[in-house]
Design a protein around this ligand. Structure first.
Ligand SMILES: Nc1ncnc2c1ncn2[C@@H]1O[C@H](COP(=O)(O)OP(=O)(O)O)[C@@H](O)[C@H]1O
Ligand SMILES: [Mg+2]
Length: 276
């Protein structure tokens, strides 16, 4: 995997992904309007927000799975719409929320697809492709499941197979939409630790949607809070997770403590705004 540092040798930061004035609609319903977001190379950013706030729409737009009606997404400084599909797929992998695959597909066959952007038109796998598949299966603890059909797996195992697909793509940027959904707490932490390792050891740029604010605060250096399609807070977890923001955006009354493990802010919701 390519090593993209947080800062280049000259101490400057570079942009891995940038949304500039992006507007995205479904039919006549506009979800994102004039959205601005710049993701620095080599960082971990968590996108949080209530259901329906536009998190998945934002991630899909950054990954070019959705086209913006206005504005531009830049991938490594180039307008993403001007890049060939395979070139995008070599630079950016995305795990969509609730992905589906054709029936009967095995874990190994799914993960193999992550290599197609790297292979030629005949899709012949070379040594480095097999190596990337092996690594992706090992990192997600899925090696023993390679021959199993996806539809025979538990929700958590299936989720890890999809993460393995994204990892096999071996891209410098990874977008993950709720990668911990369906996972038990042990596997949630395994995935989050893996994300941290990919970032620290291999310099990957990671943007992930998380529901658990405390996990977001612990594993991401930057939180972007979406509410009704607008970014209402953006910064380090300590600055973003305030009682006022949680009341305003999530409608909950919260104590903010310090995570005894990491010092990150820890939210303890105790009620709903408007109810005593
Ligand atoms: N394919 C679609 N067609 C119409 N509306 C959609 C579609 N996908 C999402 N939406 C709407 O767009 C808004 C944002 O959805 P989404 O980005 O999925 O939010 P989140 O991921 O934060 O829950 C919601 O109101 C949702 O109902
Ligand atoms: Mg979503």
């Amino acid at each position: 995997m390519s090593a993209v540092g947080k800062k280049g040798r000259d101490g400057t930061t570079s942009s891995a992904l940038r949304a500039a004035g992006v507007r995205v609609s479904y039919g006549d319903r506009t979800v994102l309007d004039g959205l601005e977001l710049d993701i620095t190379s080599g960082t971990v950013t968590a996108v949080v927000g209530p259901n329906g706030s536009g998190k998945s729409t934002l991630l899909k737009t950054l990954a070019r799975l959705l086209r913006s009606a206005e504005g531009t997404v830049f991938l490594d400084g180039t307008a993403i719409t001007s890049l060939p599909t395979a070139a995008v797929a070599r630079r950016l992998a995305v795990l969509p929320q609730g992905p589906t695959a054709p029936g009967g597909l095995t874990v190994g066959e799914l993960v193999e697809q992550g290599r197609y952007p790297h292979t030629g038109p005949l899709r012949m796998l070379r040594m480095q492709d097999h190596e990337a598949i092996r690594t992706a299966l090992t990192l997600t603890d899925m090696t023993a499941y390679a021959a199993r059909p996806l539809d025979s797996l538990s929700g958590g195992e299936r989720q890890r197979a999809w993460i393995a697909l994204a990892l096999a793509q071996d891209t410098p940027t990874l977008l993950l939409d709720e990668p911990t959904t369906f996972l038990d707490i042990g596997h949630q932490l395994e995935v989050l630790e893996l994300i941290r390792r990919l970032n620290r050891e291999r310099g990957l740029t990671i943007v992930l949607v998380l529901h658990d604010l405390n996990q977001a605060a612990r594993y991401a250096e930057r939180l972007v809070v979406l509410d009704r399609g607008r970014i209402v807070a953006d910064g380090v977890p300590r600055d973003v997770l305030t009682t006022a923001l949680l009341a305003e955006v999530f409608g909950v009354r919260t104590h903010i403590l310090a995570d005894p493990e990491s010092g990150a802010p820890l939210c303890l919701p105790y009620g709903v705004v408007g109810h005593d």
